[in-house]
Design a binder for this molecule. Structure first.
Ligand code: CUA
Length: 159
């Protein structure tokens, strides 16, 4: 990656920032959906995060294996049915990015993407407060049933 990007990708050996934010990421054929547990909100197909705050993504697979990849974040991590995997990122550059599925998951794989918006905290708070849907029960159930057998975040950073 060239100049202009200075994404910090944190590894399992590092402490989680006590001020981190949790986002649950659900992959299914062929869509990405997101829940914000602290706010109780649900977003279909669009991920927003505040800039300069550590985000702990808890990844879930609802049918087959998918893979969470935001190229600029240099992190790639599988969403696996039945377990919760984790990716930790501190996005430090506002902008609009693409979340891309990198695991062949069926006929819609190539189009399995979501928009990612990194924005100032005030804008993020306004966006999340404006979400109409609360977290669907089925998604909460998925989290309860998952085994967190792979809690280690693995970044592809340093490339
Ligand atoms: Cu989901 Cu490829």
């Amino acid at each position: 990656f060239g100049a202009g990007y200075s994404w910090a990708v944190l590894y399992s050996t590092e402490e989680r920032d006590p001020d981190h934010m949790n986002v649950d990421v659900y992959a299914q054929q062929f869509a990405w959906n997101f829940t914000y547990p602290e706010q109780g909100k649900f977003s279909r197909g669009e991920l927003h995060v505040p800039v300069d705050r550590q985000v702990v993504f808890r990844l879930h697979g609802l049918d087959v294996i998918h893979s969470f990849w935001v190229p600029e974040w240099r992190i790639k991590k599988d969403n696996v049915p039945g377990i919760t995997t984790t990716a930790i990122v501190t996005p430090d550059k506002p902008g609009t990015y693409q979340l891309i599925c990198t695991e062949l998951c069926g006929f819609g794989h190539a189009s399995m993407r979501a928009e990612v918006v990194v924005e100032p905290p005030a804008e993020f708070r306004k966006w999340v407060a404006g979400l109409q849907e609360t977290i669907p029960q089925a998604y909460l159930e998925t989290i309860r049933q998952d085994t967190e057998s792979d809690p280690q975040p693995v970044g592809a950073g340093g490339a």
